[in-house]
Design a protein around this ligand. Structure first.
Ligand SMILES: [Zn+2]
Length: 303
């Protein structure tokens, strides 16, 4: 049913923006894939119409998806870096897939790229966006403007915080000025696909004006929170053979407050302390020793 290649939907009416939507980059996060099935059905039934431009869909990691696992040994969404894209032979099936994706997209250019994910802890819905190191908090707060209300959280990272992410590679190699990774709540959330619809309606419907018609009711998520919180990465937390959390498992959730100086983990027996009052974001409870960016300590922008 799903192809390892790109699925290209091209408007017969007129030229316009080019958008790449990615789902299933992590095999245990089905929202983007489920959304694309529904989107194709709505186009086929004439309920929605692609009025201009092109919308391409990429199924990130079909092998991991078929097995219901995050990855096959190496996180695909950390594999888009030169050392791995040029690795020969590729060290894992995921790295091979990253290389295949890079070849598949060679020569393509997009106005926008969006990669849909979900989280293992809690039901947080957030837009993950890159900011520059020199950007001050006011500039970062402005990135929150216009993002649909179904996403109450903006997670702002800087270069080096999450190495090898697909959207960063896409920003550079596919010339995508807008590139978002979007967390649509928990893997099992009933609202997950609705959150994808809400983002797609905002991006393809309102912002790029390339899809029209009867959007599904849950595409607005009218009950979503209206207050927006922006978190900026202060420190990235990597795993290692001797890394262990000091926070009890019930505190390993996004937005968990960690006091300045509080010991949140240990490495080689040495205490790791929060350098400033921080919020823990996207902590992984299970991880492999070589995993990078298993959590982040963040500052809340604007309070
Ligand atoms: Zn993911």
């Amino acid at each position: 049913m799903f192809s390892r290649t790109l699925t290209k939907l091209i408007s017969s009416r007129k030229k316009g923006p080019r958008v790449l939507v990615v789902g299933g980059m992590h095999g245990n996060e089905p929202v983007g894939v489920r959304w694309f099935e529904a989107f194709q059905e709505k186009l086929a039934r004439g309920e929605l119409t692609l009025t201009r431009g092109e919308a391409h869909f990429l199924f990130g990691n079909p092998e991991a998806f078929a097995r219901g696992v995050r990855h096959m040994g190496f996180d695909l969404n950390r594999a888009f870096r030169p050392s791995l894209l040029e690795q020969s032979p590729p060290a894992s099936a995921d790295v091979a897939r990253a290389q295949e994706i890079a070849r598949l997209l060679e020569g393509e250019q997009y106005d926008a790229v969006v990669d849909f994910h979900s989280v293992s802890r809690g039901d947080v819905a957030m837009v993950v966006t890159r900011v520059e190191r020199e950007d001050d908090d006011n500039v970062i707060a402005e990135t929150a403007v216009g993002v649909p209300p179904a996403f109450p959280i903006i997670f702002a990272y800087q270069e080096g915080d999450v190495p090898g992410m697909f959207v960063d590679w896409a920003r550079k190699h596919l010339k995508a000025e807008q590139a978002y990774a979007v967390e649509c709540g928990n893997h099992t959330s009933q609202l997950g696909v609705g959150r994808v619809w809400a983002f797609v309606r905002w991006l393809l419907g309102e912002r790029l004006a390339m899809v029209e018609g009867a959007w599904p009711e849950d595409a607005s998520l009218a009950n979503a929170q209206t207050s927006r919180k922006v978190y900026r990465v202060v420190a990235r937390i990597d795993a290692s053979a001797d890394f262990r959390w000091e926070l009890p498992e019930e505190r390993l959730h996004s937005e968990e407050f960690v006091e300045e100086g509080e010991v949140y983990a240990r490495r080689e027996g040495k205490a790791l302390c929060a350098p400033e009052p921080s919020y823990l974001m996207m902590p992984a409870v299970t991880f492999a020793p070589q995993d990078e960016a298993i959590a982040f300590l963040c500052r809340k922008v604007g309070g």
